[in-house]
Design a binder for this molecule. Structure first.
Ligand code: GLA
Ligand code: ZN
Length: 704
């Protein structure tokens, strides 16, 4: 089972007509038609409506909503309504609410506040999903099931403590194994009975919040346990859906780079991935691209659904800027460029009350169709119609993989030392951004992914090394590929215990170095790094020698065969290596030992890409995003997106048809993209030799 069956990119979003009078529904659908909205997500927060009392279910209103949506020709993504539990449930069973990190048992309020281990919650949420599925499974308008909503957070109640102990018994089998994994001899923590084990919280192992723990092993396991406890909530409901709906795919809306949940462990249980794109700020195209690629990587490159994005602004931040003209369209196309086969909004019509009444919506409180936002949504709807099914099922032909690992993320950020200022997402983002500006297609994959087809593997801050990963990375280099990793890699095993070996542990032979010591400094301390690649100079490549800055962490490297490409320029380690490259088999292991600034990361990443002729055709235009999707019939679609504030003038690198404008474009022809401009080029079938790669310099000139 994979993606929902739809004839074109699904377009629409969350629709909550139960919040307003039925007279308005007709008008809603008229406006949906005007905007070519074909898909509605229904019922995400309807638990109290559908089950007003423990022994009473009432589907009258949802029946009417579903019926009307179907009659109007809408596809339905139908929720299981368990995104928030009803007040009566919390009153009758106070244990369904969560206990927080400080040990406070919450009372009824907000949403996403159900204890994942509560038997009552598990039973009733599953029962609701079962009844909804049974009732609507036969409805042909229902194309997907949407379980829960944005699973997240954590609970520290007694039920979760019991669940944790059971999970640990299962994982370790014996207390001896657990004590060894957690290194409990330290601070006299040896456990002699499973019941002595407490969830790691502000009342137990932590101080100064969730990242400061006395025992990394305990905290790490609790993160793993919580992620799996919530996964069980999802799989409970999914199993109940499957009893009556064997064929309609099931998903839940994920949150991209969301630390509390290891989406790689969830992925096998989702039929397709979907996620909600609310970027941290309004100027982060590479961040969004990284997240799209991460979400696409969950299902082995299969397309995903963009389940939510705001058409205009959010309401939950302190300051909520509106998306500038063209930005909603640009970001929607960016999602498609990275593998989305649905573009959905939160939400279609604005709520009148409560905390999201000022959240952006396709239709505002006045119900107008002549607002800027509505016009832009309708414009996008018309474009997606024009595109038809061209992208459906299309894959990204990446030869570069970036490893993303929740265990490494957790281990790095709950570590005491070397520096609390090192943030996993920022490190990963810097390397991804270098790839992104170079215009290379990237798969962001788990550490368990098959790496055999990769030419380049980038593994920033690969703190934890599990299983046979070191061997598989070495094999990439042995075959002639390049592996690039950074400071704080190869430090700990699966239990977060240090390797009893030189750093970088099992990565040593691949990288040809050992780390002797490391130095963390406050952000204002800069150590310049001089970078020089003799081979790049000799081959006529760019930037033979440059000086960049490094900050935060400086590892002191002693080469064990690796060649030195960059050296520190200051402090007692001036002149020692900061960047190295080691010949391993037919390829290389690269190591960046310091927190290089973005130009430094760009320099290293481009050296690596150049060796494999993988620089994209527009690598010299950093604001121009360029990605490729290859349709199931082999058609190549190139997406060009201008994220800058200035127009970009360049030339077409391949001949083809502009799918949005309808014009024919010849290779070498001048093209112009205004700010927020988008070009979707269906490349001609048989290209000149060499065009299948991401491009040789001749291709970039447009001269075949
Ligand atoms: C999340 C939720 C939605 C809504 C939006 C608002 O993505 O899933 O229910 O609250 O945020 O931005
Ligand atoms: Zn709990």
């Amino acid at each position: 089972m994979s993606l929902p069956i739809v004839p074109k990119i699904a377009f629409g979003g969350d629709y909550n007509p139960e919040q307003w009078p039925e007279e308005v529904w007709k008008e809603d659908h008229r406006l949906f038609d005007a905007a070519r909205i074909d898909t509605v997500t229904l019922g995400v927060f309807d638990w109290a409506l559908l089950q007003p009392a423990p022994d009473r279910y009432d589907f009258t209103l949802l029946d009417r909503i579903v019926e009307r949506a179907g009659a109007e020709g809408r596809q339905i993504c139908l929720a299981t309504a368990t995104g928030a539990h009803p007040a009566w449930l919390a009153r009758a069973h106070p244990e369904v609410t969560r206990t927080d990190f400080e040990g406070r048992r919450h009372r009824y309020g907000q949403r996403h506040n159900s204890c994942p281990s509560s038997p009552v919650f598990r039973r009733l949420s599953t029962e609701l999903a079962r009844r909804i599925a049974r009732r609507y499974a036969g409805n042909p308008a229902v194309v997907a099931w949407h379980v829960g909503n944005e699973y997240g957070g954590a609970c520290y109640c007694d039920l979760c403590a019991a669940g944790f102990r059971a999970w640990l018994r299962d994982r370790y089998g014996s207390l001896d194994a657990l004590n060894a994994a957690w290194y409990t001899t330290f601070w006299s923590h040896t456990f002699t009975d499973w019941d002595e084990i407490e969830p790691p919280s502000a009342l137990t192992e932590h101080w100064r919040g969730p990242n400061h723990t006395a025992f990394q092993g305990i905290t790490l396991d609790y993160l793993r346990f919580m992620s799996e406890a919530m996964l069980a909530n999802f799989t409970d409901e999914k199993a109940a859906i499957r009893e009556s709906s064997p064929d309609v795919p099931v998903t839940t809306n994920l949150m991209g780079m969301y630390r509390p949940i290891d989406y790689h462990r969830w992925a096998p249980h989702l039929d397709f991935a979907s996620w909600d794109n609310y970027p941290p700020d309004d100027n982060s195209p590479a961040w969004m691209a990284l997240t799209h690629d991460l979400m696409r990587g969950l299902k082995n490159g299969q397309p995903f659904w963009l389940m939510e994005q705001t058409p205009s602004h959010t309401a939950s931040r302190d300051v909520n800027p509106v998306k500038r003209p063209g930005v909603m369209r640009l970001w929607s196309w960016q999602a498609v460029a990275h593998g989305a086969d649905a573009v959905l909004f939160f939400q279609l019509r604005a709520s009148r009350g409560a905390c999201e009444k000022y959240h952006g919506a396709v239709i505002g409180h006045a119900g107008r169709d002549d607002t800027r936002v509505f016009r832009e949504v309708a414009g996008l709807g018309a474009e997606l119609d024009r595109l038809g099914g061209a992208t459906l099922g299309a894959r990204t032909p990446a030869r570069v993989a970036l490893l993303f690992d929740w265990d490494s993320w957790w281990a790095l950020e709950i570590s005491d030392g070397p520096s609390r200022l090192l943030r996993y997402q920022q490190i990963v983002h810097a390397y991804y951004k270098a790839l992104w500006t170079a215009g290379v297609d990237v798969d962001v994959v788990p550490v368990t992914a098959d790496l055999t087809d990769c030419q380049v593997v980038v593994a920033p801050a690969l703190h934890m090394l599990k299983g046979d990963l070191a061997q598989r990375l070495a094999a990439v280099a042995e075959r002639g590929g390049s592996v690039l990793t950074t400071f704080l890699s190869g430090r700990v095993d699966e239990d977060d215990n240090a390797f009893l070996a030189d750093v970088p542990g099992p990565l040593g032979p691949l990288l040809g170095i050992r780390i002797d010591e490391w130095d963390a400094r406050p952000p204002e301390v800069v150590n310049p790094v001089r970078l020089r690649d003799a081979e790049a100079g000799a081959a006529g490549g760019s930037a033979g020698e440059v000086e960049v800055e490094s900050r935060l962490l400086f590892e002191l490297v002693i080469p064990q065969g690796a060649e030195v490409l960059g050296t520190y320029q200051a402090d007692f380690y001036a002149g020692t290596p900061a960047v190295t490259r080691n010949r391993h088999g037919a390829g290389h292991g690269w190591y960046v030992a310091a927190g290089l600034d973005q130009p430094g990361v760009d320099w290293v990443v481009r050296r690596v890409l150049e060796r494999h002729d993988l620089l994209g055709p527009y690598a010299e235009l950093p604001e121009l995003e360029s990605t490729v999707r290859v349709a199931p019939d082999g058609t190549r679609l190139r997406f060009l997106l201008n994220h800058g504030t200035e127009p970009i003038e360049t030339t077409a690198y391949a001949a083809g048809t502009d799918l949005l404008g309808g014009e024919r474009i010849e290779a070498g022809q001048p093209i112009r993209l205004g700010p927020t401009g988008v070009l979707v080029l269906r490349e001609d079938a048989a290209g000149p030799a060499g065009r299948r790669g991401t491009g040789s310099p001749a291709d970039r000139e447009g001269t075949p």
